[in-house]
Design a protein around this ligand. Structure first.
Ligand SMILES: Cc1ncc(COP(=O)(O)O)c(C=O)c1O
Length: 404
């Protein structure tokens, strides 16, 4: 269980010294997930590029880099963070549907592994950037394999009609164009079917389509090196690990022995169980038939419950007392959608008690905002028996620092 990595005595100390709300990460869990990926896929020996959008805190990225991972970035800002955190440029890939000319130039200057382009016009922009820098741009195309990943509609990306990627037909035309360009070097093909995907079937189907396409391209003289199967493998809220064996079997089943270097872009499955949000009870109240606990964290800190209906397990720190009652845990933001959990059975908390919201390490802090002019939370990392702050709490001055 995740609780053993988040000891109440350590959490009490973090809350006392760093204040609340605070994101708390476990280095042990994070490293365990990266090791699990390496073990499950050892026969394929792929390149793992940690999807930084899940959690781009430099301390966690440095842990991923230390495990030999590369990085999957989706903006110039993430690329900047990736280099700062110590990822080798030759293991960085740049994804995203709308990279600007400036971002493309920045990417090429770093000597990254490849750019994952998502349209013909973007490939032409990449070509112009490369020509300006007198370079040849290594690129891969994100292809939409038209596979339904059976996940929340906001995080399903692999069906035709989504804004992501290009069709196989379009991809073929783009690769043939690139083959004739002195500033473009087609090196890979990629798909990313969605996030929080729990079944390997859609991966097997998409991988099969990609492999057949790569073979067809080879017959036309374009020989790719990388088959990038994206990220998206799910992990249940509250679980310590996701079982990677079905995913590894599906991917190896298609690419083993093809000579292609497989690339994976896992984010959530590594970061989600590694982090929890620690928050303090401000007030208790009743509204109709409901019991509310008002805490000092809100949807600006953790938007997943409001955005995707995500259900994060919640624990009350300290000795259990009294019978369980069902509570809605809500924050101070002026939105009815501002809740962190609904109908959670808990012993009655007292004002000032601490609540721990599990499985908040991915798309938690990285999606947080200053909405309602709430300074963003601090972040702390537990390593062994000790912990340290890895991002300070923002101040009111931070809220206006960029205003002119
Ligand atoms: C291109 C790409 N790669 C990787 C990921 C990471 O997905 P996950 O965090 O679900 O593993 C995403 C997430 O949206 C993505 O868009």
């Amino acid at each position: 269980m995740l609780a053993r990595y988040f000891k109440p005595s350590v959490l009490q100390e973090i809350a006392a010294k760093a204040g609340t709300p605070v994101y708390v990460y476990s280095a042990a869990v994070f490293i365990k997930q990266t090791a699990a990926y390496k073990k499950a896929f050892r026969a394929l020996d792929p390149l793992f590029c940690y999807a930084m959008k899940a959690n781009s805190n430099g301390a966690l990225c440095a842990l991923a880099a230390g495990q030999g991972f590369g990085a999957d970035v989706v903006s110039g800002g993430e690329l900047y963070r990736a280099l700062r955190a110590g990822f080798e440029p030759g293991k960085i890939i740049f994804s995203g549907v709308g990279k600007t000319p400036d971002e493309l130039e920045y990417a090429l200057r770093t000597g990254l592994l490849f750019v994952n382009a998502e349209s013909f016009e973007e490939v032409q922009a990449l070509e112009r950037a490369a020509a300006k820098l007198k370079k040849t741009a290594p690129f891969s195309l994100r292809i939409n394999p038209d596979v339904d990943p059976h996940t929340h509609r906001f995080i399903a990306t692999g069906k035709l009609g989504s804004k992501f990627g290009v069709s196989f037909e379009e991809a073929e035309k783009i690769y043939m164009y690139a083959a004739g360009s002195e500033h473009l070097k087609p090196v890979g093909a990629q798909f990313h079917i969605g996030s929080q995907v729990h079944s390997a079937g859609p991966y097997a189907m998409a991988a099969g389509r990609l492999a057949a396409f790569i073979l067809k391209l080879a017959s036309r003289g374009v020989n790719l090196v990388y088959a990038d199967v994206g990220g998206g493998w799910g992990v249940r809220e509250g679980s310590e690990m996701s079982d990677l064996a079905p995913l590894a079997r599906a991917i190896a089943g298609v690419f083993q022995g093809t000579g292609l270097k497989v690339v994976l872009e896992p984010g959530r499955s590594i970061a989600a169980p590694s982090g929890a949000l620690l928050t303090r009870v401000l007030y208790r109240k009743r509204g109709g038939s409901k019991n509310f606990i008002v805490v000092d964290a809100a949807m600006n800190d953790l938007v997943r419950p409001a955005l995707y209906g995500a259900k994060h397990p919640v624990a009350l720190l300290g000795a259990a007392r009294g019978p369980l009652k069902k509570y809605d845990i809500v924050g101070p933001v002026c939105e009815s959608g501002d809740f962190l959990a609904k109908g959670v059975p808990l012993p009655e908390p007292r004002n000032g008690d601490l609540l721990l919201i599990y499985s908040a390490g991915a798309y938690g802090f990285s999606m947080s905002s200053q909405y309602n002019s709430r300074p963003r939370a601090a972040e702390a990392l537990i390593t062994g028996a000790s912990w340290r702050l890895v991002r300070r709490r923002e101040t009111y001055k931070d809220l206006v620092a960029a205003e002119l």
